[in-house]
Design a protein around this ligand. Sequence first.
Ligand code: FES
Length: 81
Amino acid sequence: MIVCHCHAVNDATVLDAIAGGAGDVAAVGRACRAGTGCGGCHETLARLLDAAAAVEEAFVDEVVVEVRPSPARPVREAARR
Ligand code: FES
């Protein structure tokens, strides 16, 4: 789907830019030119940035849950002492 019509940039290219470290609309523009014309796509770029951040946050939360020790483990270890 084309996100930026001024430069014919699609959502996949924008998401690649975000995955490559573009953290705001200006950085996305520097990475792939999206948003550097009329500015009409800035709201869509901001929504893609927010969505990518939410996905990353959910992934980090999932990893933290996976590595967090079971709450039962300290109880079992204390019971052995
Ligand atoms: S539509 Fe993206 S800058 Fe114009």
